[in-house]
Design a protein around this ligand. Structure first.
Ligand code: XBP
Ligand code: MG
Length: 255
């Protein structure tokens, strides 16, 4: 294993509640009568990418075809308003880092692994989140940051992960990915990488059978792994050693 790649939304921080609030605030600001509740948003999260998510929602509205076309024409503007509001909310520190993420980034850096972020969201959203929830200097810890802005096919297509591997100059088989969603796991697996799923409350009902390991937390001294997981991993938190073992086991299995 030579590189550790983190998905962003839902993986390094629980951002989806902030995204949901930003979508709803944008709908209000643009005088649309939409409001995405938590359970509806859990369903909509199966569509990667904000613009596509709004389009999917419009397609399901019971309105005349001409009205649907008009609403679809508004999507880019709605998403721009949503992104502005998301930046305002996120810079207020709304999304806390998930347990173990900061620790694992530090340990991976000390172990000489290459580090990257891969998100379906935009580069500006990634920078706003990392600056507000991790301290701006952490951005410098990443050897590559890739976002949906740079690829034509979003997760579950492998494009974003293949792009990251190329930027890192590491073979996909030598990369391990941490992801919170089924689309993300499928994208990384399609790219030929080892994948550890860390479902969030928003993705807990999705199918993670394609993942090489499913963990509900990476663990931290203050938030140790549950006893069953700790016993199977031989540790109360996931460190570089545990990830190396997972990667080796998957590589041996694939051989
Ligand atoms: C999660 C997504 C994004 C966010 C919303 O991305 O699918 O669409 O939900 O952000 P990740 P945008 O792959 O990082 O989990 O509105 O900017 O798309
Ligand atoms: Mg995610």
């Amino acid at each position: 294993m030579q590189a550790l790649i983190f998905d962003v939304d839902g993986t390094i921080a629980d951002t989806e509640e902030v995204h949901r609030q930003a979508f709803n605030a944008a709908f209000l600001e643009m005088e649309l009568w939409w409001n995405w509740g938590a359970s509806e948003y859990m369903e909509l999260l199966k569509i990667s990418g904000g613009p596509a998510r709004i389009e999917h929602y419009v397609a399901g509205l019971g309105v005349a075809a001409a009205e649907k076309r008009r609403l679809l024409g508004l999507v880019p503007g709605i998403h721009r308003v949503k992104t502005r509001i998301y930046h305002e909310l996120i810079s207020g520190g709304r999304a806390a880092a998930r347990p173990g993420v900061m620790r694992l980034i530090r340990e991976a850096r000390e172990a000489g692994l290459k580090l990257a972020l891969a998100s379906t969201s935009s580069t500006s959203n990634i920078e706003a989140l990392v600056s507000s929830s991790f301290g701006g200097k952490l951005l410098g810890d990443f050897d590559a940051i890739a976002s949906a802005d740079e690829v034509s096919h979003k997760k579950p297509a492998p494009d974003l992960y293949l792009r990251i591997a190329a930027q890192l100059r590491v073979a996909p088989a030598d990369c391990l990915v941490i992801e919170d969603s089924e689309n993300g796991v499928r994208a990384a697996k399609a790219a030929g990488m080892t994948v550890v799923a860390t479902p969030s409350r928003w993705t807990a009902t999705q199918d993670f059978s394609a993942a090489d390991q499913v963990l509900y937390s990476l663990g931290d001294p203050g938030a140790p792994l549950d006893a069953v997981t700790a016993k199977s991993l031989g540790a109360t938190e996931v460190g570089v050693g545990q990830l190396r073992a997972l990667h080796a086991a998957r590589t041996a299995h694939a051989a």
